[in-house]
Design a protein around this ligand. Structure first.
Ligand code: NAG
Ligand code: NAG
Ligand code: NAG
Ligand code: NAG
Ligand code: NAG
Length: 949
């Protein structure tokens, strides 16, 4: 921070600096005076608090303003009006009890509700179904009772729904089949009854479906096999109707674990050879009675549990399993001999790997000495209860003929290997030796994050051979080095594996051995928001506890003005109150001093920003020097646009690469964490109809994003009436479809989902092939805006973020942002495409005008005359679609999926456009396109209209 280089970015003239200073001052005033929590959110939290019993006073700081005063577990974001909304309520494992107030349903911007591992009782409030922004709803590990509200099915953005380990009863609502974004559905260990609704087969993104340990009856729905993404299906311990395993379950090619223990299954064993991904199969404690024939298991399987059935047949079918860990067949009627090939598995005899072969209580008649001679180390062969072998066993077989039970699954003790380091050198209770380093003779102490994780349904029963893989999985998933991750202990609880994990800081060259607060926050988010990509072998995990290192508190300065002295605030307020000239002075003073003020002075979230270079895979880090040279020191001639966020420059790097460089300006700066989050979010968003982020720069605490450069200009420019080559109708449909696909991706594929909030024709760019690219999405929308050029100095008091003419009237009225707000704005863009008009011109609103002319039957007069010929039916359908999108009421608007489908259909419905769709993606030769257009135009029987010029 001692760098004294002059502020280069968004280079302002002296005059615009003054104007900026005024704006900045106003902005500051707005933050200090008006930064507070939405009253609706505040009263919802109050109502929740009133229902909570908090014996350990964990919520003792719930006083004052929730966001401004950093209430425990409350996370906020501010809108354009500097009003804070609660976006997360995370109180996992806080020893809370009481009931969940229905007012929680008023937290309409809530993204994560995490109340796991407390003692909440009573019902799940049905009002939670109103919180459409929820992506994480985590209520597991409480004592909630009553039914699962059908309204939960409204939460179409939900990615994770965990209500396991409660006392919920009643039926599983069929509406849960509407949760088309849900990936994790954990409802095990309740008292749910009735049958599993076949609607769950519609969950096209589900990965884990856990319904075990309930009171479910009825038939196993064959529709579950429609979930092509499903990896874990666990239905153990439910009194289903006696029935065979549905045939369709043999086709679930992504399935890694199938657990149907004690499910009342009958009939013969289904051939599961086609489940190529299957690693873990448990069909024990049923009444399966067929004969095992052929080779019913995929070769890669590692655990097969078929105990306590009535299976017959020859055990020689159990062979050639490369990765076998356990073959548990006890208490059946199997005969034949134990296949010697089991002994040839590579793991045999290895001291690292376990292998359990349990043939107890069958009618096995033979075991080869080739096999038994190789059984040692961690291999176990259990043959007790097979009369022919163990009736009066010869000496060499006796050891295999003693009764054994799988009480706790055997595993090796954790490796506490002696190191040459003296643990005493560390401060007890504060720090400790870093085991991965001390194992290599490097003796350093540090204070770790301690967390407890439970693998809910791992794909193995012995952990040892997975230890390194697991540590690697955690370190890669959490973006740590392998040396930072240590599994300190592990314990099986039934089929679940509980582990205590320690995460150590990296050791800097300067010998610094502690996490900084942003790193702590990041790691906490990674684990508590389940951001580690799921691994098929390890399955879903529970986060049981998360303890920050000794003496750290990563969320301590969450409030918005926490790090400015009261005097400074008072001074600024006073200065602003004196009138513009004084304000300019104060503002300029502030601007000059800005670099000496703590960064949080301009940080609307006010957390202690910790400025270092962020490393995020997939995006490039640019230095200020590179950007300066690419933009001729941010000269005005490179400026290609300005928006709420700041200015946009065209940059050309030395290697000839052209980019668009977007600089945050005063007032648009986000907190460091938010900036980091935004980059991380944007780095994962990739779609051909979205402008991609290439990199960023945060030298000197500046916030600059570097995007791919799109050469064809904005859609608005391309609708200008005096273009030489105006867009023809098929191209307009193509552009509409591309934009719609981009928006749909933001709504459904981005995680967390992104609502654009500012869809407009000038935010849609066209490349040289007229492929639409939606621009300007991301969290920067949360930042307040303030025009540098001073044209709208009262900008900060705009009520709702968005652009007049495109703004969803419902959002405006209710401030409730939904995906349908983008649908509305998209409808306006579609009307612009059809009419060429601006959303608001001469005081007239396009949506209203079109509706009026439609009523008067005069609509054709509004069709853009530069567009050339168009098929009347396709135009009419597009128009109907546009008006449906821009309906006043949310319910009347189609979803983005439907919009895309309808546009695809419109495109398909005319041969001209079909060919266009097929070739426009790749064709660069416009002549070909025109030729095709003409050809199809001539051959088409459709009625074509040309709008009067
Ligand atoms: C819940 O209550 C039970 C009994 O009162 C207690 O043993 C348990 O520790 C509590 N759990 C939590 C997370 O507070
Ligand atoms: C508080 O919660 C922890 C973690 O669940 C539990 O171990 C402990 O027993 C609880 N304490 C009380 C008094 O309920
Ligand atoms: C789930 O329920 C089963 C059966 O009641 C029980 O054995 C098991 O321990 C429970 N699991 C958890 C994690 O509570
Ligand atoms: C399970 O459901 C049956 C009805 O299907 C009911 O009679 C029984 O009491 C339920 N058992 C439990 C433990 O809830
Ligand atoms: C077999 O299992 C191993 C690990 O258990 C895995 O890496 C491999 O991809 C699997 N092969 C197939 C075909 O699923």
């Amino acid at each position: 921070m001692t760098n004294s280089r002059k502020l280069p970015f968004c280079k302002a003239t002296m005059i615009s600096r003054c104007v900026a200073a005024v704006a900045f001052c106003y902005l500051f005033y707005a933050i200090v005076v008006a930064a507070k929590t939405d009253p609706a959110d505040y009263s919802a939290l109050q109502a929740f608090h009133n229902g909570v019993s908090d014996p350990f006073h964990r919520l003792s700081n719930w006083q004052g303003d929730p966001c401004d005063d950093s209430w425990e577990g409350v996370f906020c974001a501010s809108d354009a009006n500097n009003l804070f909304h609660v976006t997360e309520l995370r109180l996992l494992n806080h020893n809370l009890s009481g009931t969940l107030a229905p007012e929680l349903g008023n937290l309409l911007n809530l993204n994560a509700l995490d109340l796991m591992w407390n003692n909440f009782s009573g019902n799940i409030p049905s009002t939670l179904g109103n919180v459409l922004s929820l992506t994480l709803l985590l209520l597991n590990g409480n004592i909630l009772s009553g039914k699962v509200p059908t309204e939960i099915g409204n939460l179409i953005n939900l990615v994770r729904f965990q209500i396991d380990e409660n006392q919920l009863s009643g039926q599983i609502p069929p509406t849960l089949g509407n949760l088309y974004n849900v990936q994790h559905l954990h409802m095990n260990n309740n008292s749910l009854n009735g049958s599993i609704p076949h609607e769950l087969g519609r969950l096209q993104k589900a990965i884990h479906l856990l319904l075990d340990n309930n009171n479910l009856s009825g038939a196993l729905p064959s529709e579950l096999s429609n979930i092509s993404t499903l990896r874990i299906l666990q239905l153990d311990n439910n009194p289903f109707n006696p029935q065979p395993i549905p045939l369709q379950y043999g086709e679930m090619s992504s399935l890694v674990k199938l657990s149907l223990k004690n499910c009342n299954l009958q009939g013969s064993l289904l051939n599961l050879g086609r489940l190529q991904a299957l690693q873990y199969l448990d069909l024990s404690n049923n009444q399966l009675d067929g004969t095992i024939q052929g080779s019913p298991f995929p070769p890669n399987i590692s655990v097969i549990v078929l105990s306590n059935n009535k299976l017959t047949g020859d055990t020689s079918h159990f062979d050639t399993f490369e990765n076998l860990q356990a073959l548990i067949l006890e208490n059946n009627q199997l005969n034949g001999s134990v296949p010697v090939s089991l002994a040839s598995a590579s793991r045999f005899g290895s001291t690292q790997d376990n292998l359990l072969l349990d043939f107890q209580n069958n009618t096995i008649s033979n075991v080869s000495s080739n096999l038994t001679s190789q059984v040692h180390g961690f291999t176990k062969l259990w043959l007790y209860g097979n009369p022919v072998i163990c009736g009066s066993p010869p000496v060499e077989l006796r050891q295999f003929c003693v009764p054994n039970t799988i009480v706790s699954v055997p595993d090796n003790v954790p490796d506490n290997s002696v190191t040459s380091c003296q643990a005493a050198a560390c401060n007890p209770g504060i720090d400790e030796l870093i085991p991965p380093l001390s194992a290599r003779g490097i003796c350093l102490c540090a204070s770790p994050i301690k967390m407890r994780i439970r693998l809910k349904t791992p794909g193995f029963i012995f952990f040892d051979s997975y230890l390194t893989k697991f540590e690697t999985f955690l370190s890669v998933g959490a973006n740590l080095t392998l040396d930072q991750v240590f599994v300190a202990s592990r314990k099986w609880e039934g089929s679940r594996l509980v582990m205590d994990i320690k995460l150590f800081p990296t050791i800097s060259n300067a010998g610094n051995r502690s996490f900084n607060s942003s790193e702590l926050r990041r790691i906490y988010d990674v684990f508590s928001r389940f951001q580690i990509p799921t691994d098929p072998t390890f399955g879903p995990y529970d986060l049981i506890s998360f303890d920050f290192p000794f003496g750290t508190q990563p969320f301590s300065s969450q409030g918005s003005s926490g790090s400015l002295s009261k005097g400074a605030i008072a001074g600024i307020i006073l200065g602003c109150a004196f009138g513009t000239s004084v304000a300019v002075a104060v503002g300029m003073f502030l601007l000059m001093r800005r670099r000496r003020l703590p960064k949080s002075a301009v940080n609307i979230f006010g957390r202690n920003a910790d400025h270092g270079n962020i490393k995020i895979s997939g995006v490039k880090y640019f230095t200020m020097e590179e950007l300066l040279s690419a933009t001729d020191s941010f000269s005005e001639s490179h400026c290609i646009g300005r928006g709420g966020y700041g200015k946009v420059y065209k940059g050309v790097f030395k290697d000839g690469q052209v980019v668009a460089i977007k600089c945050a300006q005063e007032g648009s700066l986000q907190g460091f964490n938010e900036f980091h989050t935004e980059i991380e979010l944007l780095s994962r968003v990739h779609h051909r109809n979205l402008v991609s982020l290439m990199g960023y720069c945060n030298d000197d605490g500046q916030q600059i994003l570097v995007y791919e450069f799109i050469s064809g200009g904005t859609l608005r420019d391309n609708l200008s009436p005096d273009l030489e080559e105006p867009l023809d109708f098929p191209t307009r449909i193509q552009v509409a479809l591309g934009s719609a696909r981009g928006i749909l991706y933001l709504h459904t594929e981005a995680y967390p989902p992104i609502f654009h909030r500012d869809i407009k024709a000038s935010n849609i760019l066209l490349d040289e092939h007229k492929v639409a690219k939606v621009a300007d999405f991301g969290l920067s929308k949360l930042a307040p805006t303030c025009e540098v050029d001073g044209s709208t100095p009262d900008h900060v008091s705009t009520v709702v973020k968005g652009t007049p003419g495109y703004l969803d009237p419902q959002y405006f009225l209710t401030r409730q942002l939904t995906d349908k707000s983008d649908v509305y704005s998209f409808g306006v863009v579609l009307l612009e495409l059809i009419t060429g008009m601006y959303p608001i011109s001469q005081g007239k609103n396009l949506v209203r005008e079109v509706n009026l002319t439609l009523v008067g039957g005069r609509f054709l007069s509004m069709v853009d005359s530069t567009m050339g010929p168009y098929p009347s039916e396709a135009l009419e359908r597009s128009l109907r679609l546009a008006l449906a999108c821009s309906s006043q009421e949310l319910v009347d608007r189609p979803s983005m999926v439907d919009v895309v489908r309808e546009l695809e259909d419109i495109q398909r419905s005319t041969p001209w456009m079909k060919s266009k769709a097929a070739d426009s993606d790749y064709a660069s030769d416009t002549d070909t396109k025109i030729f095709l257009s003409q050809k199809y135009l001539e051959s088409s029987n459709d009625i074509w209209h040309v709008a009067p010029r």
